[in-house]
Design a protein around this ligand. Structure first.
Ligand SMILES: CC(C)(COP(=O)(O)OP(=O)(O)OC[C@H]1O[C@@H](n2cnc3c(N)ncnc32)[C@H](O)[C@@H]1OP(=O)(O)O)[C@@H](O)C(=O)NCCC(=O)NCCS
Length: 174
């Protein structure tokens, strides 16, 4: 099977592939759990988390109400749609999250980048974005995309080293 066709298959397909196959190797690259501690905070690629934890963090980060898991089932969504995700835990508490989506081949992008207020401006967000880039690179992706408000230019262009590019949005539910 040509390389691009293998990459184009979904993670779910890869999970069903036979042990020992080329797909198994790719699956391992995508799913391998990478974890490291930085200043006592555990940063982990594709670690375990609950939707309730993610909803609490999301509400604090984006000033929304706390959705319940039936309304926003992060676990289900990331398993179905994401290449991976990055977690940060401080003493067990979920204090950071980055969702890494992809086209199944070469493009990945980050969404839902959030760090709990009490640990902001410690470099955690920057490290988590770097871990997201590492995860996408390991899966064979060639570019990592993000979009953001003007107020976060210093974070993404400065700290995280994204380069400016043209991008666009259509508001589908104005
Ligand atoms: C944006 C966010 C993820 C940054 O996380 P963080 O852990 O505080 O980021 P870092 O500590 O790695 O920041 C590194 C540098 O980026 C810049 N930066 C970080 N947050 C910034 C902000 N809110 N405004 C402007 N610059 C910022 C600063 O230059 C900072 O360095 P400094 O602390 O020495 O000044 C965090 O503020 C957050 O969760 N915000 C709410 C949710 C959100 O808006 N997410 C982004 C969606 S696109």
């Amino acid at each position: 099977m040509p390389r691009f066709a293998i990459w184009a298959r979904s993670v779910a397909d890869l999970q069903r592939s036979a042990p020992g196959s080329r797909n198994d190797t790719i699956r391992a690259q995508i799913q391998v759990a990478r974890r490291k501690y930085v200043a006592g905070v555990l940063i982990e690629w594709r670690g375990e988390f609950t939707s309730d934890e993610a909803n609490v963090l999301h509400a604090a980060a984006f000033h929304t109400r706390v959705y319940d898991a039936a309304e926003w089932d992060w676990r289900l969504l990331v398993e179905r749609h994401s290449l991976g995700w990055v977690l940060a835990r401080d003493g067990g508490e979920l204090v950071g999250f980055v969702n890494v989506l992809w086209d199944g081949l070469v493009h990945a992008w980050i969404q839902d980048v959030m760090v709990a207020e009490r640990v902001r401006r410690t470099g955690l967000g920057t490290r988590m974005v770097a871990a997201a880039a590492d995860g996408a690179r390991a899966a064979g992706c060639e570019t990592l995309h993000v979009d953001f408000d003007d107020s976060l230019r210093d974070f993404y262009f400065g700290a995280c080293s994204f380069t400016p590019t043209n991008a666009g949005l259509i508001d589908l539910q104005p």
